[in-house]
Structures are given as structure tokens and as C-alpha cells.
Design a protein around this ligand. Sequence first.
Ligand SMILES: Cc1cc2nc3c(=O)[nH]c(=O)nc-3n(C[C@H](O)[C@H](O)[C@H](O)COP(=O)(O)OP(=O)(O)OC[C@H]3O[C@@H](n4cnc5c(N)ncnc54)[C@H](O)[C@@H]3O)c2cc1C
Length: 297
Amino acid sequence: MNDVIIIGGSFAGLAAALQLGRARRKVTVLDTGLPRNRFAGHSHGMLGHDHKPPLDILADARRQLTRYPTITLVNARADSISGAIDDFSVLTADSESLRARRLILSYGVVDQIPDVSGYAEGWGTAIVPCPYCDGFEVAGQHWGLVWSGPQSMNQVRLFHDWTDRLTVLADGHDLAPDIRTDLARRHVAIADGRIVGIVRHGEHEASVKLDTALDVAVDILFAHPRTKPSASLHESLGLDTITTPTGIALKVDERRETSMPGIYAAGDLANPGMPSVTTASWQGATAGISAQQSMLV
Ligand SMILES: Cc1cc2nc3c(=O)[nH]c(=O)nc-3n(C[C@H](O)[C@H](O)[C@H](O)COP(=O)(O)OP(=O)(O)OC[C@H]3O[C@@H](n4cnc5c(N)ncnc54)[C@H](O)[C@@H]3O)c2cc1C
């Protein structure tokens, strides 16, 4: 029997495994190798790993974990979970059945890329979600922001630290008069109409095609598509969730325990705030330590 099975072996899951392995706990990490930022050429903002390709950071982490004899890394998808604290079972897509006293869910979320020509091709390069991740390299240039609701106003305020050249693409949203007044006061241009295509030029630059027959040229486009958890294992267990502006997140307490005793969650799957590699890593480390300490006699 494992002490802990970790489902999702990326930034959150591997950080959890590291703490558990160093505490000499027997851990199995199941992973399908599809981290959310795999579309980005470089990952930014993580101390010691700034401007490295995300898959290189993860490959280094996996290499470091091979030092720990109690950690087993398995390339496999977890398909179902059953049981209760001290005796959980996880069934993999290869029909392997594994048991553990605790579970850590860190299988992340999937961005629901809109069915717009050029969107998927530009995601991670010309279309990005976060200024902390990609803003520095294009500071002072002309940014576009795809409006996704009232919460987009927070992005407008945030972006001032990087650029004063911003166009909001309403993308079918009817912007309220007070929002239009606020944007005008901030010298932010508004392009009404729905986005029907995105044509990428060079590394970040793009032309955004609107159904008004207008093209808006930007040096980079920021967007926040809706997300959904990468797996539905939490649903079969009925774990509590909270609603976020773009989807849902698992509800956890300060030790990162979910609504079911013995199951912890970390990373984007359980982060209602701004997601990042750094946040996922500290949440994973916290989940690992909490799971370990919950087994002390
Ligand atoms: C385009 C883009 C660029 C980004 N750039 C940055 C950046 O520069 N800096 C930064 O800090 N953050 C960046 N982020 C955010 C960052 O990608 C996430 O915050 C981070 O990846 C979250 O880590 P995680 O471990 O929670 O989830 P993920 O990294 O998404 O990993 C989840 C893992 O679980 C696995 N998995 C899923 N389902 C199963 C299953 N059923 N069984 C087993 N395994 C499963 C997946 O294959 C994956 O390996 C970016 C995000 C995007 C979309």
C-alpha cells in the first residue's frame, strides 16, 4: 500500500512528491504529461527557473526525484477513485489498481479554446493569459485584451504597469456605459464586434479579425478562456467546488484538504486566484506536508 497517490505529476504534484519523498513516505505519482503551459516557449516568474521552457523545468524536477527510493513516477492516467481515508483505490487507464492511505489531486485544468480560426495555433505565443508570465517581453507595445466579463476591468487596471497602449476587444459583450467611460478615461480603445479569426505574424504579433469586417493589429493578445478540470475524478467523489470567473476550483482548507477527509488538492485544479507555476508548487508542497503530517502516530 502506498502512503500517498498523487494524480497529476506536474508543478503541484511533483512538489508534493518531493516533500513526501524526503519524509521517506511511499508515494506513487500518476501523470499523463500534458501540463497547462506546454504551449508556451518559456516559463516566467519562477525563482531559479525564469525563462526556461516549461517542459525542461519538469524534466529536471523528475530527474531530481529519482534520488528518492520511495517515489515512483508512472506515466498513466487515473480513471477512477474509490474508498475512504486510510484505504483509497485508484484505477488507471491500463487497468492497474493501486491503493493508498491518502490522495493528492493535482491534475490541473484545461483551457477551453474557442472555436475561432487561428486561436488554437496562437495560444501560448500570440494569445496568452497572464501579464506576469508574458508581459515583460512586450512591455510598452500595443496589447489587446479579449473582454470576458466585468472581471476583465481588473486586467485593464493591471496592464497599466506594463503598457499604456491597450485595445479592448468586446467580442460580442455589450460593455456598460460606465465601463466605456472608465476605459475612455484611461485612453483604452474599444473594438466592438465578435472575434472571427486570429492571424499570427512573427512571434507575438497578431491581426484580430472581427465580424464588423475590421482588423485590429496587436503586438500580443491577452485572453481568459473558460477552463474545466482535466479529469472528473472529484465529481465521482462529490467533492465540494467553488465557482471562479472562468470555471470551478476544488474547495480546500488551509492545509489543502478537500471536503473529503484524506484527499488533498493543489495547483490550478484548486486555485481560484491567479494561477502560476510558483503557486502550484507551494500548494503542492503544502499538500504533501499536510498529507504526511496527517499520518503521524
Ligand atoms: C499559455 C500559458 C502560459 C503560461 N505561462 C506561465 C508562466 O510563464 N509562468 C507561470 O508561473 N505560469 C504560467 N502559466 C500557468 C501554469 O501553466 C499553471 O499555473 C501550472 O501549469 C499549474 O500547474 P499544475 O501542476 O497545477 O497543473 P498542470 O501543470 O496543468 O499539470 C497537470 C498534470 O496532470 C496531468 N493529468 C491530467 N489528468 C490526469 C489524470 N487523470 N491522471 C494522471 N495525470 C493527469 C496532466 O497531464 C498534467 O501533467 C501559463 C499557463 C498557460 C495556459
